[in-house]
Design a protein around this ligand. Structure first.
Ligand code: TXA
Ligand code: MG
Length: 326
């Protein structure tokens, strides 16, 4: 059931559910999460089960305060500390060595753990209320079934998991795409997943270049192709190709939608159209909701204009490429 996230009684109830080992739908500034207490393996197992996620794909652990990191890692590596100082609370996850014996199920048995201190006021309120009840951190993957689009509205979470899950409504997620993930557990930092914070800003705070994931990089299902997929097939095209494709469209009824920044529908075209915002930040904010909306209209195909070059578009480009690969 949906409860208002700004209602203290609802937050207190959600904290009790978490402390008792139950699951809660949690708003964050990136996307909604499916939350369980990170230090209890049976609670975390229920998250994997409910999401249909393979149990060898690790979850991110959310903490109320950067200082709480030491529950889960003996000491933050200097690089992770610099990144945390620059971007926490906020849409950044760092992968660091895991404290042995802690949060094994959340980490899917890996020797590392993903940590994030979110900035959303409801996430903060819930983390703090749960901490009062002895919960040191909250494991939460995005609150979608495995391989599907992440939820950015409380109603999306209900769509994914039904009405028996307690979901705190924190409104529309401001960022709209998942956190940037930087692996700080190896000799060189690796950008495992681009997010709203661009590579340029991450590198400035890290004081070094971030590498691309390679074969040695830890496995991250968010880095699988064919992720974040709508039901309809999605095709990503540059503006020129889109214009040509639209000219070639016959009069036959095909269930097609266009989501584009600069290309407009030719007169008389019979397809769904949604205009893509011209600022990367605005586009990220509405991206997943737009894909869900077009999907819900029952189209078979969504043609999407490729985002422009530039690091600020990296996160949106990444999610669209994965959706197109599905
Ligand atoms: O913005 C976000 O990060 C959202 C909100 C809810 O915080 N969470 C999220 O979680 O996107 P999820 O589970 O959908 O994606 C987490 C990603 C996965 O790709 C996972 O493999 C990676 O983080 N990850 C987590 N722990 C890891 C670890 N120890 N090593 C490598 N990758 C890890
Ligand atoms: Mg996810």
């Amino acid at each position: 059931m949906l409860r208002p996230g700004d209602d203290a009684a609802a937050v207190a109830e959600a904290a009790r559910v978490l402390a008792g080992g139950g699951l809660v739908g949690l708003p964050t500034e990136t996307v909604y999460g499916l939350a369980a207490r990170a230090d209890r393996d049976e609670a975390v197992a229920a998250v994997f089960e409910r999401k249909g996620r393979p149990s060898d794909h690790p979850l991110i652990v959310h903490i109320a305060d950067p200082a709480d990191a030491t529950h889960f890692t003996e000491a933050l590596p200097a690089l992770a500390r610099r990144l945390g100082e620059a971007f926490w609370p906020g849409p950044l996850t760092v992968i660091v060595p895991r404290r042995p014996g802690m949060a094994g199920a959340a980490a899917a048995g890996q020797a590392t753990i993903g940590l994030r201190c979110p900035s959303h006021p409801v996430a903060q309120a819930l983390l703090r209320a749960a901490r009062e009840l002895g919960v040191p951190g909250i494991a939460a993957p995005s609150a979608n079934r495995f391989g599907r689009i992440s939820p950015t509205r409380a109603a999306h979470v209900v769509e994914e998991f039904g009405d028996d899950l307690l979901v705190l409504d924190g409104g529309e997620c401001a960022v709209g795409i998942e956190s940037a993930i930087v692996d700080c557990s190896r000799s060189h930092p690796v950008l495992l997943r681009p997010g709203q914070i661009g590579r340029d800003r991450l590198e400035a705070a890290a004081g070094e270049r971030l590498r691309e994931p390679d074969d040695e990089a830890p496995r991250a299902p968010g880095t699988l192709e064919a992720h974040y997929a709508p039901r309809a097939r999605l095709r990503l095209m540059p503006a020129g190709m889109l214009n040509t494709a639209l000219q070639l469209l016959g009069p036959a009824e095909i269930k097609l939608a266009l989501y584009s920044r600069t290309v407009r529908l030719p007169p008389g075209a019979r397809l769904r159209f949604k205009s893509m915002p011209s600022r990367a930040e605005d586009c990220a904010h509405e991206l997943f909701a737009a894909l869900r909306e077009l999907d819900a209209q029952g189209v078979d195909l969504i043609w999407v204009e490729e985002p422009p070059p530039g690091p600020e578009w990296d996160g949106v480009r990444d999610r669209l490429q994965r959706a197109a690969a599905a």
